[in-house]
Ligand binder design. Structure first.
Ligand code: SF4
Length: 448
């Protein structure tokens, strides 16, 4: 008798790295239950679309993706942030089989069971030890909490995802260890507000290898630093205790990299945004951090054209940027988010002014970035190889997070000491030979 064919799931994952982690969890669970993933719509018994509902443009993209999946396959389950608005989805696409909100793993999996029943009972051995990952094998996102206790006026994430809910440190560490054992060499720590980790748990301790580890960022990072992999911190707000992370960077326990979403520098705009740590003396903090760890990379994101932003506020931002000399910066033109408090603020900035400020901001930052990268020419850095492109290897240094920062192009030629050839995940020592505004070129020396 021939073996019954495993049901196949199509999966479309939209949105931020946090949504990607959700997708991985759902897929891990389905894989454990004997489902397979389909490479295209045609081969899928049902398609799950994990949506993003943050900006209007993301909502449109999500609705379009649902429409495409319906047209191509016809059997569609929707989950993720936009899933919190079932009526919107059903109004646009009445044919969807089910709609579930963010982090409702059981509900999505239940909807899949209903649409395409599993072949047999869960059989854990079907899951690879690291779960199912959508990122390349050598790096992985590690989500340490969900939700957020802040109420930034432009953001609806707390409404979509709820208040901060941290995972116990032991739970996070076990996942991190599993990933490291499965070959992951770089962990990207994510959440909505990494600095607030554990506040909701009152920093309670949990067991990891017979010892208590507190749900506090410094304690968690210290323990993560023992795993022997790169640890990169995202979405860190400049609360005072962030200073405690700097010694861990100086000791090489976590990467000297901080992703701090400053969003603006004008105190007036920061207050209107209701940003956490709006009053922090950030320039002095940055100076102190860099004095302790000179190779520290600081990445940030900003919004220009927020309601009420005057030319003077914008100039304050440009001056701050010049002083702060951040390494990596993303900039968004302010866009109204449905139901966000900021929509009611007076002083909407006309689109052409937003556009003009965005270009001026990017030009200023490009010059800063080019200046900072040029200083690296001649130095030696560690590079993690991401992919091979013919003879050339493309990688990233400690200063580059995947997808959002620059790249390091490793020169083709004889393999470096310690390797017959470079493969993704190899960490190689390299000498920087050239730089432009975003990327570096380097020659590999020896495998680390
Ligand atoms: S800190 Fe602000 S922007 Fe970030 S998730 Fe919380 S409310 Fe939204």
């Amino acid at each position: 008798m021939s073996k019954p064919k495993a049901p196949k799931i199509g999966f479309v994952s939209l949105g931020c790295p946090k949504a990607l982690v959700d997708s991985e969890r759902i897929l891990s669970q389905l894989r454990a239950e004997g489902y397979e993933t389909a490479a295209d719509y045609a081969g899928a018994d049902v398609v799950v679309v994990n949506t993003c509902g943050f900006l209007d443009s993301a909502r449109e993209e999500s609705l379009a993706a649902i429409g495409e999946a319906l047209a191509e396959n016809g059997r569609v389950i929707v989950t993720g942030c936009l899933g919190a608005e079932a009526e919107t989805i059903r109004a646009a696409h009445p044919g969807v089989l089910a709609v579930t909100g963010p982090h409702q793993y059981e509900a999505v999996v239940g909807a899949v069971h209903e649409a395409v029943p599993p072949l047999h009972d869960p059989f854990v051995d079907l899951v690879p030890p690291q779960g199912v990952k959508l990122t390349p094998r050598h790096y992985a996102y590690l989500k340490i909490s969900e939700g957020c206790n802040h109420r930034c006026s432009f953001c609806i994430i707390p409404r979509l995802r709820g208040d901060l809910a941290s995972r116990d440190a032991g739970d996070v560490l076990r996942e991190a260890e599993r990933l490291a054992r499965a070959g992951v060499r770089e962990l990207l720590v994510i959440s909505q507000d990494t600095s607030a980790y554990g506040v909701d748990l009152r920093y309670r301790s949990s067991d990891w290898h017979g010892r208590p580890v507190a749900a506090r960022l410094t304690d968690l990072c210290t323990a993560l630093g023992e795993l022997g992999v790169w640890v990169r911190l995202h979405y860190v707000y400049p609360y005072p205790h962030v200073d405690e992370l700097i010694p861990l960077m100086a000791e090489g326990k976590v990467l000297p990299y901080l992703d701090v979403p400053f969003q603006h520098a004008s105190p007036k705009i920061l207050r209107a945004m209701k940003r956490p740590a709006a009053e922090a003396k950030t320039l002095q903090r940055i100076r102190d951090w860099r004095a302790a760890v000179p190779e520290l990379t600081i990445r940030s994101t900003f919004i220009v054209g927020f309601p009420g932003e005057t030319e003077q506020d914008f100039q304050t931002l440009l001056d701050w940027l010049e002083e702060a000399e951040l390494d990596r910066v993303g900039c968004f033109r302010y866009e109204a988010v449905r139901d966000a408090a900021a929509n009611a603020l007076p002083g909407a900035v006309p689109e052409e002014i937003k556009e003009d400020r965005w270009h001026r901001f990017m030009a200023a930052q490009q010059a800063i970035s080019a200046r900072r990268l040029k200083r690296k020419v001649g130095s030696e850095i560690d590079v993690i190889v991401d992919e091979l492109d013919g003879e050339q290897a493309l990688g990233r240094s400690a200063a580059d997070a995947p997808e959002i920062d620059g790249r390091v192009y490793l020169a083709a030629g004889a393999p470096p000491r310690g390797a017959r050839k470079l493969v993704p995940g190899t960490i190689v020592r390299a000498r920087v030979t050239d730089a432009d505004e975003y990327d570096l070129w380097a020659e590999p020396l020896a495998v680390q």
